[in-house]
Ligand binder design. Sequence first.
Ligand code: NI
Length: 139
Amino acid sequence: MSREKTTRFGVSIPSRLLRQFDRLVEEKKFGNRSEAIRDLIRQFLVEEEWESDEETIGTVTLVFNHHVGDLSEELNSIQHEMVDAIVSSLHVHLDHDMCLEVIVVRGKSSRIRNLADRLIGTRGVVHGKLTAATVGRSF
Ligand code: NI
């Protein structure tokens, strides 16, 4: 993150809402209100990046049993088919049967979502999650 000028501003907020916010700041270990507000704003910017269908980046986490049908092969073909959206992947053999795969995906958010939905929706995937990150252009 670049070092740039910091601006202070005042916020009007109902007391009850502020108390709830302070409780969250404490629970989530933000340190102080400013840090929490900065994080929330960045979170909004990432959401905006994903909603506006700009180029973005994320990870798809999958847990599956590689003995189930031709699941491994299916997950593999989907990734080969959309190879331009895949940056890298990590495969961990959890035990005799189960595998964990983390795939870094990059591209327009609609395309990433489509890829993630296909992977996660493949029959036999017991856990699947798309985590939206950011290429950091707005920060
Ligand atoms: Ni494995």
